[in-house]
Design a protein around this ligand. Structure first.
Ligand SMILES: NC(=O)c1ccc[n+]([C@@H]2O[C@H](COP(=O)([O-])OP(=O)(O)OC[C@H]3O[C@@H](n4cnc5c(N)ncnc54)[C@H](O)[C@@H]3O)[C@@H](O)[C@H]2O)c1
Length: 252
């Protein structure tokens, strides 16, 4: 209940799925959270539920992670509201179903705008505030698309590969400059969220293909438990690392 007491976090794409579960787990462990999403009503509903469980634990903002000016506002408002910034979960994401031959330039830029540029802008905006706060933990949501070749998720895979590489660059940069800021990436397999339902629908795949497979379908809280660990001081010597959470699908 108190692994994150005194910590302040921003979670992007937190109106649903993994981001929502991350917020719930962070608050359960004592953190205060700025819930952000391009879906303002969804983010507000998540924050309201968190405040009902622990008053003062959450606030929300509408936030498109592709917008650099909005990042400055989100970080400044978080520091103004909660006094500091210790944790950033760059979670916002979109799925694009198309192969290397069928992906349009527009689709490629859309996926990379949200998941590659969004992560870049988030890290860039958060580092100064974390330095002011005495350090922090940045957690970037990648995917096992970096470990497996997914022909139908071409632009998505490109973006998630960029996230993994940026994570390592940021980790070394912050370590060399003694900022006490860690940066790790998280690479889930299939987790039961709207994104997977959406992709399955486009591909004509039934959910039972996952639930009946040996690796199964993870739950958002399976990822949220890892997020809590990476946000906490328990992981203080873990930096620049790729954390796969996929019930062994990517090593078969
Ligand atoms: N579910 C999985 O199996 C799985 C596996 C690997 C990685 N991931 C990653 O986890 C993250 C969360 O995915 P999810 O499964 O919870 O999906 P989801 O669709 O439930 O949630 C994604 C959230 O991101 C928000 N979003 C989309 N574009 C945005 C933007 N431009 N700015 C801000 N917010 C935006 C959406 O409104 C939504 O609330 C994504 O980065 C995804 O790629 C998911």
């Amino acid at each position: 209940m108190s692994r994150l007491t005194g910590k302040v976090a921003i979670v992007t794409g937190a109106a649903s799925g993994l981001g929502k579960a991350d917020c719930e787990a962070l608050v359960r462990e004592g953190a205060q959270v700025m819930v952000t999403d391009v879906n303002a009503a969804g983010a507000a509903a998540v924050a309201a539920a968190l405040n009902a469980s622990r008053p003062g634990s959450a606030a929300s903002m509408q936030h498109d992670v592709r917008d650099e000016a909005q990042w400055a506002t989100v970080v400044a408002t978080t520091v103004k509201t909660f006094g500091k910034l210790n944790v950033l979960v760059n979670n916002a994401g979109v799925v694009v179903v198309a192969t290397p031959e069928t992906t349009t330039l527009e689709q490629f830029r859309f996926a990379n705008g949200v998941m590659s540029e969004g992560v870049f802008l988030g890290c860039k905006a958060a580092i100064p505030a974390m330095k002011e706060s005495g350090g922090g933990s940045i957690i970037n949501m990648s995917s096992i698309a970096t470990h497996l070749g997914y022909p139908v998720f071409f632009a998505y895979s490109a973006a998630k590969g960029a996230v993994q590489a940026m994570t390592k660059s940021i980790a070394v940069y912050c370590q060399m400059n003694k900022m006490n800021i860690r940066c790790n990436s998280v690479h889930p397999g299939a987790i039961d969220t709207a994104m997977v339902d959406n992709a399955n629908q486009q591909l004509g795949i039934d959910k039972s293909a996952y639930t009946e497979a040996p690796w199964g379908l993870g739950k958002p809280e399976d990822v949220a438990n890892l997020i809590v660990f990476l946000a906490s001081e328990e992981s203080r010597f873990i930096n620049g690392t790729t954390h796969v959470i996929d019930n062994a699908i990517s090593i078969q």
